[in-house]
Each structure stands twice: as structure tokens, then as C-alpha cells.
Design a protein around this ligand. Structure first.
Ligand code: BGC
Length: 725
């Protein structure tokens, strides 16, 4: 906490570049200032990088100060040369790119990494991504995505940390630390960009880009904290979201961009829009034309226009018309120039263009080893009937399924400049591990072609065990990839049913970008591993798990519904006035489905088993300013060494506004040998009990609280304590 305060304090100091920035600003024409506020994409064609002549002209004339989707030392050097040799003020360009879960060495999708419940793993992943991307001439990543989402239909759940505010906050901070490394200005550090501010993960119906509307109380309690955590961890830029919030699109929302972000949180970096989101305010119907949309954005606090060219085309006229004060423009340009100076680009505009480093670090053995380790940590064991897993390396495996020998999909969506060709397929991984494995595809992910079923079933019959690799295609999650149905696509479940009929044990390896509705598999598979998209080292990581070299320890960061009709379904719901009672019709429930999901938030098994003692506290009542210590004894009751994520939840029993039935407030990963026990303790203080009270002040209220501890949100042991008046 002290560290966080110190960071905020430091960033609020006048920058060491103030004089240089002011001197430069004084020389700039209004058009050149607006140029710094303009970001364009280059075109990355199938044969390599291209840039339309118009953009070259814009760089030369100072009409564009930053570019994205341009990488490699060769290409960025060429573009930078135009800026610093051919433009009047020689201001270097900033190069941005979506480096989300790796640049060339691809790590698990962020949702998968969140399943590790190990923020240090996400920090490692972001660090490796920054080391590689910065070596390729890049300065700025459009990550981390801090959008809480409780709707698995939304395709972009793959890019965040799932449904929880607390878990999401810890991952948001970790990713910022990873990207920004030892600090901006070092050649291996990238500027982080907190996105999508704000509320993008809550579109109605789970449909991407759709409206977001909720009470400010709900927004502040559940959706805002991860963005704030990332800002407080020092992220130097923030991206607006496409959606509206409370009747105003984020890119024109002064309440979000100025009142909350700058005034409440003390953010001093710059704000960039999402792709053409200023222009889209015309479609939203809050601006009559692009010029008016630009005025809304500039006055709300948007410093940089991504790709929309609204600022470039209209902002100077808006200033001349008296619609936007020039002070607003100057402030934006100060922030942008300061960051370029922080990066050291004025001293050496080519400092990130080092072809030797680029060659050395990209896909290095060290990076691949780290990717393999984070991938193993991200896998969640959902079922393991009769201890089917781990497998013996001598077991005759029938590897079946469209994703069993696939490389191209493994990098998932938003995979930087990663390539499937660098990926280890599951077949390759099992073979590398010395496995006895034969492959048959069975079917595709999509479509209704069943012609491969017979061969797959025949292979299964000759085997000791089936490993069935099924799921989604990578494109089925990510941006503009919402699904109304989140079942297994195509005939994959039918294939699973045909294989089940052989009577052989069946281990399902799921690869997908979101929670899926898999009640049949949950009932009928022997074992299920949720593997998300694990990236470059997929096959090796999965072989480590399947053969028991690594004992899985992931826990779900997002609830798996039984059916799409339950969505949104999440663990920290509020209690209704008629909480579910199986003996009463008139309580909150479905008549055709249980309320409980298929797999709850925080759920995940291990090859070993753990038991929890009853939690104890050092005092039953405490006051603001004091701490309570909760202790619980955890025992490894199984046969393998393993890691358990012990989770702490809290419920405020009576408050001035309704509170969730439980809220995650802490977690710890504990490794134990078979038979070993350990006391795990959590300190709970007033900060863990604060919320937005009836009058919207943030603080505690005295009364009773339930402290719950366990290995999943739906398996907890409870003890009651009191916060004294
Ligand atoms: C996405 C952003 C991304 C941007 C630039 C947009 O469509 O919403 O997350 O950073 O494109 O690629």
C-alpha cells in the first residue's frame, strides 16, 4: 500500500522534462500539436509491412505522432527516420501494438493465466512479451485489458482475468509491472495501456460493442477497481472503451475520463481512444457529426485519437470556433511529449531498434521455458474420476480430435505476431515425452462431417485410454466474436458420445477462449482438463500434466454455466429478497435448471486431495484500524505433492446497501507434500470491509461479517466476526 501511494505521489510531481516540453510546445503550430494527438495504423499485408503514402506524408508534415501495427526493427527504423529527419520539429514517433499474451513467444490467453491464480506468472508473461516486443522496435502495448466480465458469450472474456474484481485487480497490477519492467526508459520496458475504460466487459446480451448501463454503485463496487489497480501500479496510458456508460460513450464521458480517472485516481499519463471510437459517437447518437464528436472527446479528456482522423480533420477548426480551449490541447500534448521523453526517444529515437537483440531474445530457450511453465500453471482439472490421470507413459493413447494435432489455433486470439508454426501440438508434446500415442482427427471443430468417426472409434478400441482434444477455433473468441450458444461447436460432442460407447476411459482436453456449456462431458468423461489456449508450448505443457510431471493447480477465474440460459451466472451475486429455497415455489430459481452452475468460480482439482480444518480467528470482534487474523489448517490427504489455492471470501450481513453473498478478499497458493499440513493465515482489516455505502461514501459499517475459507467459492467453511461500532 505504501509503495502504491509513493508511486502516485511521484507521478503527481512535475516531470523532469517540464522545461523541455514547454520549450517544444512553444514552437509548435496548432496543427503540429494536433498531430501529436493523432495515432494511425500501418497496414500489415500478407507479404509484410506496408504504409500508405498518405501516412508517410502525415509523418513528414507532423500530422501524425504515433503509429500502431508497425513492428520489426527494420520497419520501425524506416518510419522513425522519416519523423526525425524529414519533419520540421523532428519529434520521434511512438510505436504501439496489441501485445496481449506474448509477442512471438505466446503465453496462455489472459483468462487462462488468471486460472493460475498466480499474479507472478502473469507478470512473467508480460515481462517476456515486453522484452521481445521492445526488441522489435515497439514502445507501447495496448494491454492489460482490465474489463471484468460475467458473460461468457462475450468473445473478449479470453483477454481479461474473468469475472472477479479482486482477482482481476491483482492480475491487472501484475501485468502492468511486467510490461513496464524496471521503468520506462529502459530498452526492455513497454508503456502499458489500461483498457477498455470503462465497463466494456458488461455489454448487454454479451454482444460485443453493445450498450452498458448499470448503477454507479454497482460500477464502482465491481467494475472499476481493476482499472484503478492498474493505474495505481503506474500504467502510463489508458484506452477508452467503445461502449456507452450511463448514456454517454466512454470517449465523450467526462465523468469517467476527468472526474474519476484524473481527479479521483490522480492519473497523469495520456488517454487514447479505442479504434475510431470518437467517430462512433455519431452512431451512438450523441454527436451530429465527426467534428462535434471530436469536441465531445477533447473536452471529456481524450488526448489521442486512434485511427479516426477526427482530431486531424476537425480539431483545429473546433479550437478556432471556441468549442475546445487551446489549454485542453496543450495539456494533451504535454502528456504525450512527456511520455516520449520518459522513453528516451528524444535522445535516441532508434534505441528500440536493435536487430541483434531482436534475434537473440525472440523465441529464446529461456522464453519458451517460461511459457511452458506458465502454461502448466494455467490448466484447470475439472474432473478426474477414478484417478484416470495422470497417465503412465507406457499407456497406449488414442489421441483423437480436431485439436490433437493442431498448431495454428494454439496461440488463440490477440496473439501478437505469434505463429502457429512455432507451437508444439499436443501430439508433438506427448511424443516428446516418450508417449505411446497414435492420432486420429475424428472431425473438425465446425461443420457436420462425421466421416472420420469410424476411424477414430476403431483407434479408440485398440487403445488403453482416449485423449480427446476438442473445443473452439481461436477466432471464436476475441473481438467481435460473441456467441449466443456456448456449446461445443459442430459434431464434437457427438464424436465424444461415439467414443464413450467404446467403454475406454476418456480424458477430454478442452481448448477454448471462454467457459463452455458442457454438461454431457461433465457427466460422461473420465477426466477433463480445461486448457484454454496455452500458446507456443501447449503440447509440452499438456504432456507434463497428462503424464504427471506437473500436478495441475489451476482454479476457474470464471463460472462455467450449465446452459446459456443461466448467463450471467457468477459467484458474487447479491442475495435477493427471496433467496432460493428448494421447499418453496416462490423463491428465486428456474423451473427447468438448478441455480448452481456446472463449475463454480474458484473451482479446480489436483491429482492429490486437500482437506480444510475449521477456521479460527484470534479475536471475534475488532475495530476499524485493527486486524483480525484467520487461520485454517490445510492438509494434503492424497498421494501426490501438490499446490492448493486457499481462498478467503467475506460477506457483510447487514449493510446500508445490499451486499454480495460472498466476495473474494484474499488467496494464497500453498504447496504441500503428501500427508503434510500447514496453518494458512489471512489478516483482515477495515480495507477488506469497505464498500459504497447508501450515501455513496466509501467506508465500513459496523456489524457482523462472515469470513469464509476454502478451495472453491462453493466449498467454504465459515466463521462469524464483528466489526465494533
Ligand atoms: C480493440 C482494442 C485494440 C485496438 C487496436 C480495437 O478494435 O478494441 O483492444 O487495442 O483495436 O488494435
Amino acid at each position: 500500500m505504501c509503495l502504491l501511494l509513493a508511486q502516485i505521489h511521484l507521478s503527481a510531481q512535475p516531470s523532469k522534462h517540464t522545461q523541455k516540453v514547454e520549450a517544444l510546445l512553444a514552437k509548435m503550430t496548432l496543427e503540429e500539436k494536433i498531430g501529436q494527438m493523432t495515432l494511425y495504423t500501418t497496414d500489415w499485408g500478407s507479404t509484410g509491412p506496408t504504409i500508405r503514402e498518405g501516412y508517410r506524408t502525415d509523418i513528414r508534415s507532423g500530422a501524425c505522432g504515433a503509429l500502431f501495427n508497425s513492428h520489426t526493427t527494420a520497419f520501425t527504423r524506416e518510419l522513425q527516420r522519416i519523423a526525425v529527419e524529414e519533419s520540421r520539429l523532428k519529434i520521434p514517433l511512438l510505436f504501439g501494438y496489441d501485445v496481449i499474451h506474448g509477442y512471438k513467444t505466446i503465453f496462455p490467453i489472459p483468462l487462462g493465466e488468471a486460472a493460475s491464480w498466480d499474479p507472478a506468472a502473469a507478470e512473467t508473461s508480460a515481462r517476456v512479451a515486453a522484452v521481445e516486443a521492445s526488441a522489435s522496435g515497439l514502445h507501447w502495448t495496448f494491454a492489460p485489458m482490465c474489463d471484468v466480465s460475467r458473460d461468457p458469450r462475450w468473445g473478449r472474456v479470453m483477454e481479461g482475468a474473468g469475472e472477479d474484481t479482486y482477482l482481476g485487480s491483482r492480475f491487472a497490477e501484475a501485468r502492468v509491472r511486467g510490461f513496464q519492467g524496471r521503468g520506462l526508459g529502459n530498452t526492455d520496458a513497454m508503456i502499458a495501456c489500461v483498457k477498455h475504460f470503462a465497463g466494456y466487459g458488461a455489454p448487454m446480451g454479451g454482444r460485443d460493442y453493445n450498450t452498458v448501463d448499470m448503477s454507479e454503485r454497482y460500477f464502482r463496487d465491481f467494475y472499476l477497481p481493476p482499472y484503478e489497480a492498474a493505474v495505481r501500479a503506474g500504467a502510463a496510458t489508458v484506452m477508452t472503451s467503445f461502449n456507452d456508460y450511463d448514456g454517454m460513450p466512454a470517449s465523450g464521458n467526462k465523468h469517467l475520463l476527468t472526474d474519476i480517472l484524473r481527479k479521483e485516481w490522480g492519473f497523469t499519463g495520456f488517454v487514447v481512444t479505442d479504434y475510431t471510437s470518437i467517430n462512433e459517437m455519431v452512431n451512438h447518437g450523441v454527436a451530429a457529426d465527426d467534428k462535434a464528436a471530436g469536441e465531445l472527446a477533447a473536452n471529456a479528456g481524450v488526448d489521442m485519437d486512434m485511427q479516426g482522423a477526427v482530431y486531424q480533420r476537425f480539431l483545429a477548426q473546433s479550437v478556432r470556433d471556441g468549442k475546445v480551449p487551446v489549454s485542453q490541447i496543450d495539456d494533451a500534448v504535454r502528456r504525450i511529449l512527456t511520455l516520449k521523453m520518459d522513453m528516451g526517444l528524444f535522445e535516441d529515437p532508434y534505441k528500440f531498434c536493435d536487430p541483434e537483440r531482436e534475434k537473440r531474445v525472440i523465441l529464446s530457450a529461456d522464453h519458451r521455458a517460461k511459457a511452458r511453465d506458465v502454461a502448466r500453471k494455467s490448466v484447470v482439472l475439472l474432473k478426474n474420476e477414478g484417478q484416470t490421470l495422470p497417465l503412465n507413459t507406457k499407456a497406449k493413447i488414442a489421441l483423437i480430435g480436431p485439436l490433437g494435432d493442431n498448431q495454428s489455433e494454439l496461440i488463440g486470439a490477440w496473439s501478437g505476431s505469434g505463429s502457429g508454426n512455432d507451437c508444439i501440438s499436443l501430439l508433438q508434446g506427448l511424443t516428446n515425452a516418450g508417449g505411446n500415442v497414435t492420432f486420429s482427427k475424428g472431425c473438425n471443430v465446425e461443420g457436420d462431417d462425421r466421416s472420420g468417426f469410424d476411424a477414430a472409434v476403431a483407434l479408440a478400441r485398440q487403445s488403453d485410454v482416449i485423449v480427446l482434444a476438442i473445443g473452439e477455433m481461436a477466432w471464436m473468441s476475441g473481438e467481435a466474436a460473441s456467441r449466443a450458444d456456448i456449446n461445443l461447436p459442430g459434431v464434437q460432442e457427438e464424436l465424444a458420445r461415439a467414443l464413450k460407447a467404446t467403454g475406454k476411459p476418456m480424458v477430454v482436453v478442452l481448448m477454448n477462449g471462454r467457459p463452455l456449456t458442457i454438461p454431457w462431458l461433465a457427466e460422461n468423461a473420465s477426466s477433463i482438463l480445461e486448457a484454454w489456449w496455452l500458446g507456443t508450448e501447449t503440447g509440452n505443457a499438456l504432456a507434463d500434466i497428462l503424464y504427471g510431471a506437473y500436478n495441475p493447480s489451476g482454479k476457474l477465474p470464471m463460472t462455467f454455466p450449465r446452459s446459456v440460459g443461466q448467463v450471467p451466472v457468477f459467484y458474487n451475486e447479491k442475495s435477493t429478497g427471496r433467496p432460493y429455497d428448494p421447499n418453496s415455489k416462490w423463491t428465486s430459481k428456474y423451473i427447468d435448471s438448478p441455480n448452481a452452475p456446472l463449475y463454480a468460480f474458484g473451482y479446480g482439482l489436483s491429482y492429490t486431495t486437500f482437506s480444510y480444518g475449521d477456521p479460527v480467528v484470534d479475536k471475534k470482534a475488532f475495530s476499524n484500524g485493527e486486524k483480525i487474523t484467520l487461520r485454517v489448517r490445510l492438509t494434503n490427504t492424497g498421494k501426490y505433492e501438490g499446490e492448493e489455492t486457499v481462498q478467503l471470501y467475506i460477506r457483510d450481513l447487514v449493510a446500508s446497501s445490499t451486499r454480495p453473498v460472498k466476495e473474494l478478499k484474499g488467496f494464497q497458493k500453498i504447496r504441500l507434500k503428501p500427508g503434510e499440513s500447514r496453518d494458512v493465515s489471512f489478516e483482515i482489516g477495515e480495507n477488506d470491509l469497505k464498500f459504497y455505502r447508501r450515501d455513496m461514501t466509501y467506508g465500513t459499517e459496523p456489524g457482523d461479517f462472515d469470513l469464509m475459507v476454502g478451495g472453491s467459492s462453493d466449498q467454504v467453511k465459515t466463521i462469524r466476526v464483528q466489526l465494533k461500532p
